[in-house]
Design a protein around this ligand. Structure first.
Ligand code: HH2
Length: 292
């Protein structure tokens, strides 16, 4: 059962976590580049992720891995042209992972409902106004610098406070441009201008980001910091570490999880949710009652 846009945007929603499956229509993404450039392979992968429990399919045509270069709007649209309408027809919400308003405009016209903007509206001055006019939701993500250079010695005094301040300022900028905060989701941008210590502090500090009053999305999936902890060099083999990061963030209030391995993450959440529910039932029993 997939979540509605209203449920996705509700910061007070309790219950099943929302899973955003990653569909990279790129030749060079860090863990799955080149696998889904072909429209048939892309749509089949989207269907597989929906069957496994994805509520949202996040389609992107530009890699933002550390060191990556830019892809023009026209090239992104060419990669997406057949894929976005076909994925939208599958029934899950579609989000478009782009920082360019012309790409977002194409995708919203082809059935997408969410813009996932890793620049939080800083790359393209038209992004917020476009999303505001079209009734779209927007993910505002924190990034220090740009993908080309962001991992060269990132520095913060207090990473959680600085990321929170940035996201608060971007919520204000969105509102000023006609995009109400009720349609925004915030994201600390795991791996975007952050070292291992910064990523861990942000995952541990999700409760502070929840104070912004908006749903918090996290995208730790397969990222380098997991390899730094586990020693796993193969990005596609970092699922267990991804699950651990998602569960920790969930316990601290994150509600949307951008992941590649939807089926495995969904199973982990089913078990963790069942344990939480059992704990709540235990807690609600009267003192001294029969606990068997
Ligand atoms: N991470 C990636 C891309 N988009 N969007 C949000 N909101 N949050 C994230 O953490 C995030 C994101 C990087 O992952 P991936 O898409 O797998 O790699 P690439 O950028 O190389 O395509």
């Amino acid at each position: 059962m997939s979540a509605s846009l209203g449920q996705i945007l509700d910061p007070d929603r309790i219950g099943r976590p929302i899973l955003m499956g990653v569909l990279n229509v790129t030749p060079d993404s860090f863990s799955d580049g080149g696998r889904f450039l072909d429209p048939e392979a892309a749509v089949a992968h989207a269907q597989r992720m929906i069957d496994e429990g994805a509520d949202i399919i996040d389609v992107g045509a530009e890699s933002t891995r550390p060191g990556s270069g830019r892809v023009s709007g026209a090239e992104q649209i060419a990669r997406l042209r057949r894929i976005v309408p076909a994925v939208a027809a599958l029934g899950a919400a579609v989000s478009i992972d782009t920082t360019r308003a012309e790409v977002a405009e194409f995708a919203l016209g082809a059935g997408a409902a969410i813009v996932n903007d890793v620049s939080a509206g800083r790359d393209d001055p038209h992004m917020f106004a476009l999303a505001g006019e079209r009734g779209a939701a927007v993910v505002l993500m924190h990034m220090l610098g740009a993908p080309k250079t962001m991992q060269s010695d990132p520095a913060y005094k207090d990473v959680v406070a600085e990321v929170k301040r940035f996201l608060g300022a971007r919520l204000d900028a969105a509102q000023a441009a006609g995009l109400p905060p009720e349609r925004c989701i915030v994201d600390p941008g795991i791996g975007f201008g952050k070292n291992l210590k910064h990523n861990l502090a942000l995952l541990a500090g999700i409760d502070k980001l929840c104070e912004l009053g908006r749903p918090v999305l996290v995208g730790p999936s397969r990222k380098r910091f997991i390899g730094e902890i586990t020693g796993q060099q193969d990005a596609a083999a970092r699922t267990a570490g991804t699950i651990a990061a998602c569960l920790s963030a969930w316990r601290r209030g994150a509600s949307i999880f951008r992941v590649h391995d939807v089926g495995q993450v969904a199973q982990a959440f089913l078990v963790a949710s069942a344990v939480e529910r059992a704990g709540e039932r235990e807690d609600s029993r009267p003192e001294g009652g029969n606990r068997l």
